[in-house]
Write a protein that binds this ligand. Structure first.
Ligand code: SAM
Ligand code: SF4
Length: 355
C-alpha cells in the first residue's frame, strides 16, 4: 500500500441542512428512515501523535486551530444534543488525549444528564494516574486501539515509537481505574496484520477485555483503500473459531455495530467484529458525528457536511442550534454504498472525522 496523497480537503464549505417544519420531529433526533440518534461521536481534535497507515498520512496537514471547536463550543453541542435525546457521547479524534483541556472537556460533558461518556484513544498517554483522573472527572470507559502485538510491526503500522506493550499497560490501568468494560480495537488490513487475527483475539482472553476486530474501511487519508485489503468478518470468525471455538453473543442492543462472540470454553473476554464493509449495519445506525472543526456528518461516509460551527459562531441561540441538529439528522442517508460502483470515498479521513 503506497501512501501518497497528504491533503485533507473539506468536502463542502458552509452548508446548512435543508429546513423542515419545526414541529416535524417533535424535538427528537429522528431521521427520515425512522432511526433515532442516541449516540454522539464528538471529535475534539484532529491532532495525533501516531500516523496509522489505515488512517493518516505521515505528512498530514492538520486543520487551522482557529477552526477547531473551543471547549465551550464542544460542551454546548453536547448539551444541546443531550436535550434532543442523545444518551451516549464518545470523545474521539485524532487523538483526544492530546487535547490541551481534556480534563475540562471530560468533566463538563460528564456533568450533563447523559448515561455514558466514553473515549477512543490510542492509549499512548494513558497511565494509571491519568486513568484514575479521567474516571474521577466522570469518564465511563475507554476503547483503545492496538493493531499488532509485534514491536516492529506496530512501529510500522502506527509510524510511532510507542511499543504495543504500552497499550496493553494502558488497558490494565484503565480496567484498574474502573474505566471498563475496556475495549481494544484492531483494524485488520490484509498484507499488514491479517496473520495476527487469532493472536489479537487471544488478548481478549488474557486481559479479560472486549476485543473488536474491524474491517478496513475506505477512510484512509492516502485513499489507498482497496477491497482486496479487507479481511471479511466471515474469514475472521472462521479463523479465530478454529483456534478458540466461539459462541455467538448477538449484538449490543439497538444500534449495536458489533457481531459479538463469547469463548465457548468460558474464558473471559469477548470478541466483536465490526463488519462495516461486508455486513453493514446502517439500518440500525443511531449515530451522529461532529468533527473537531464543528461539521456535522450525518454518516461516517458522508460527502456532505453541515456547518454547525458557522451557526455556533454567528450567535444562533440554543433553539436554532437544536433546529440545525434536527435538520441535519433528518437527512441521514439510508446507508453507505461502499460496494456499489458509484461509491465515492469521503475526502476527509477517519482522523479528521472522528472514528
Ligand atoms: N486516535 C484514537 C484511536 O486511534 O483510538 C481515536 C481516533 S481513531 C480515528 C478511532 C478509531 O478509528 C480507531 O479505533 C481506529 O482504529 C479506527 N480507524 C481509523 N481509520 C480506520 C479505517 N480506515 N478503517 C477502519 N477503522 C479505522
Ligand atoms: Fe491517530 Fe487514531 Fe488515526 Fe491512528 S487511528 S493515526 S492513533 S487518529
Amino acid at each position: 500500500m503506497t501512501l501518497s496523497l497528504p491533503v485533507i480537503a473539506r468536502d463542502a464549505e458552509g452548508i446548512a441542512p435543508p429546513r423542515r417544519d419545526p414541529a416535524a420531529n417533535a424535538g427528537r433526533l429522528i431521521d427520515s428512515h425512522g432511526r433515532t440518534v442516541r449516540d454522539l461521536r464528538l471529535s475534539i481534535t484532529d491532532r495525533c501523535n501516531f500516523r496509522c497507515v489505515y488512517c493518516m498520512d505521515p505528512d498530514v496537514r492538520f486543520m487551522d486551530r482557529a477552526t477547531l471547536l473551543s471547549v465551550d463550543e464542544l460542551v454546548r453541542v453536547a448539551r444541546v444534543c443531550v436535550s434532543l435525546g442523545v444518551e451516549k457521547i464518545r470523545l474521539t479524534g485524532g487523538e483526544p488525549s492530546l487535547h490541551p483541556d481534556l480534563d475540562a472537556v471530560i468533566e463538563r460533558i460528564a456533568a450533563l444528564p447523559v448515561k455514558d461518556v466514553a473515549m477512543t484513544t490510542n492509549g499512548s498517554l494513558l497511565d494509571e494516574r491519568r486513568a484514575r483522573r479521567w474516571k474521577r472527572l466522570g469518564l465511563s470507559r475507554v476503547t483503545l486501539s492496538l493493531d499488532s502485538l509485534r514491536d516492529d510491526r506496530f512501529a510500522k503500522l502506527t509510524r510511532s515509537n510507542t511499543p504495543p506493550r504500552r497499550v496493553i499497560e494502558a488497558a490494565r490501568a484503565a480496567s484498574i481505574a474502573g474505566l471498563g468494560p475496556v475495549r481494544i480495537n484492531a483494524v485488520i488490513v490484509r498484507g499488514f496484520n491479517d496473520d495476527e487475527v487469532e493472536d489479537l483475539a487471544g488478548i481478549a482472553r488474557t486481559l479479560g477485555v472486549d476485543v473488536r476486530l474491524i474491517e478496513f474501511m475506505p477512510l484512509d487519508s492516502a485513499h489507498a483503500w482497496d477491497r482486496s485489503r479487507v479481511v471479511s468478518a466471515d474469514e475472521i470468525i472462521e479463523r479465530v473459531g478454529r483456534r478458540y471455538p466461539l459462541r455467538s453473543a448477538g449484538r449490543d442492543g439497538p444500534g449495536g455495530t458489533s457481531l459479538n462472540f463469547a469463548f465457548a470454553d468460558g474464558a473471559p473476554g469477548r470478541l466483536g467484529i465490526i463488519a462495516s464493509v461486508t455486513r453493514p449495519f446502517c439500518g440500525a445506525c443511531n449515530r451522529l458525528r461532529v468533527t473537531a472543526d464543528g461539521q456535522i456528518r450525518p454518516c461516517l461516509f458522508s460527502t456532505v457536511e453541515y456547518d454547525l460551527r458557522a451557526a455556533l459562531r454567528r450567535g444562533d441561540d440554543d433553539e436554532a442550534i437544536a433546529r440545525f441538529l434536527l435538520d441535519s439528522t433528518w437527512v441521514k442517508p439510508a446507508g453507505h454504498a461502499i460496494d456499489s460502483t458509484g461509491f465515492e470515498q469521503p475526502a476527509r479521513p477517519m482522523s479528521a472525522i472522528g472514528g
